[in-house]
Design a protein around this ligand. Structure first.
Ligand code: PEP
Ligand code: MN
Length: 263
C-alpha cells in the first residue's frame, strides 16, 4: 500500500494548518520536550509567525535512561492543546504505547511514532486504527525495506495518512549523534507515494549542523522538516545540544524558501 507502483499519485497528509506532500514545504518545529505551558505557548506563537505549520513537543518521552525526565504526560498534552489554541499550529507529539493512543489522539493532530518504536507492531496497528495522521520515524538501525513495511502496518489498518521521517541511523561514525543519510529522501520518494520529512536535529545531534542539513534535505526533495527549537537551548530539559534558537530558525526559514523555489 505504500508503493508507488500501486498508487502513482502522491499522498498529501493534512492535519489542520500542516500539509505534507503538497506544493509547499511543511515545517514542524518546537522543543524536544514540553516543559511548561508558558514555554510552549510563547514558542508556538513565535514559530507560527516565522512560518512553521506544525508544533512539536514531547509529552511522553522515550529517554535512554529511566532516571531522565520522562515528560509531563497528559498535562503536557493539555499544554500542547493550549499552544494550538494560541497559535493555530497543528500539534505533532509522540505516542509510546498502544494504550496511550486514545488519550494522545484526543489532544494531538499528528501521532508521532518514535525511532525506538518503529517496529512496535501493536503500536503501529493502534495508530492505524485511530485513523489519525501519523508520522513514522525511521528506526535507527532499520533498513529502507523495514521502514516501508512498518508504514504498511499503519496503512493496512485503513489509515492512509502516513508520513515517513528520516531521523538518522547508527553508523561507525561518531562525530555526529547519528548519521543522516539524505539519499533515503529520493529513494523513498521513488519507491513510495508517502510524504517524506527529514529531522536534521536528531539526525546530527549538533545545533550548528541543523540549518545546513535542513537545506540539504529540501534540495534532496524532502516534503518537510522537523526541527527542534527552544528559546534557551542550553537550558532545555532534553536534546539542548541539537536545538536551535528562534533567531536561527528564522534564518533557516528564509533560506529554506529560497531553496524550495529552486528545487
Ligand atoms: C523526538 O522527536 O524527540 C525523538 C525522540 O525522536 P526519535 O524517536 O527520532 O529519537
Ligand atoms: Mn528530541
Amino acid at each position: 500500500r505504500a508503493s508507488r507502483e500501486l498508487k502513482p499519485e502522491r499522498t498529501v497528509v493534512k492535519a489542520g494548518r500542516l500539509e505534507m506532500g503538497g506544493v509547499a514545504i511543511g515545517v514542524i518545529a518546537g522543543p524536544c520536550s514540553v516543559e511548561s505551558e508558558s514555554q510552549i505557548v510563547g514558542l508556538a506563537i513565535k514559530l507560527a509567525k516565522l512560518g512553521a505549520t506544525g508544533l512539536r513537543g514531547g509529552a511522553f518521552k522515550p529517554r535512554t535512561s529511566p532516571y531522565s525526565f520522562q515528560g509531563h504526560k497528559e498535562d503536557g498534552l493539555k499544554m500542547l492543546a493550549a499552544a494550538r489554541d494560541a497559535s493555530g499550529l497543528a500539534i505533532v507529539t509522540e505516542v509510546m504505547a498502544p494504550d496511550q493512543v486514545p488519550m494522545v489522539a484526543e489532544y494531538a493532530d499528528v501521532l508521532q511514532i518514535g525511532a525506538r518504536n518503529m517496529q512496535n507492531y501493536n503500536l503501529l496497528q493502534a495508530v492505524g486504527d485511530s485513523g489519525k495522521p501519523a508520522m513514522l520515524k525511521r528506526g535507527m538501525s532499520a533498513t529502507m525495506d523495514e521502514f516501508l513495511l512498518a508504514a504498511e502496518y499503519i496503512l493496512d489498518r485503513g489509515n492512509p495518512h502516513v508520513m515517513l521521517c528520516e531521523r538518522g541511523i547508527r553508523t561507525f561514525e561518531d562525530h555526529t549523534r547519528f548519521t543522516l543519510p539524505l539519499a533515503s529522501v529520493p529513494f523513498l520518494k521513488e519507491k513510495s507515494h508517502l510524504p517524506v520529512v527529514v529531522d536534521p536535529s536528531h539526525g546530527t545531534g549538533k545545533a550548528r549542523l541543523v540549518p545546513p542539513m535542513a537545506l540539504a534535505a529540501i534540495a534532496a526533495g524532502a516534503d518537510g522538516l522537523m526541527v527542534e527549537v527552544h528559546d534557551d537551548p542550553e537550558r532545555a530539559v532534553s536534546d539542548g545540544s541539537q536545538t536551535i534558537t528562534p533567531a536561527l530558525f528564522a534564518d533557516l526559514m528564509a533560506n529554506a524558501r529560497r531553496i524550495a523555489q529552486a528545487v
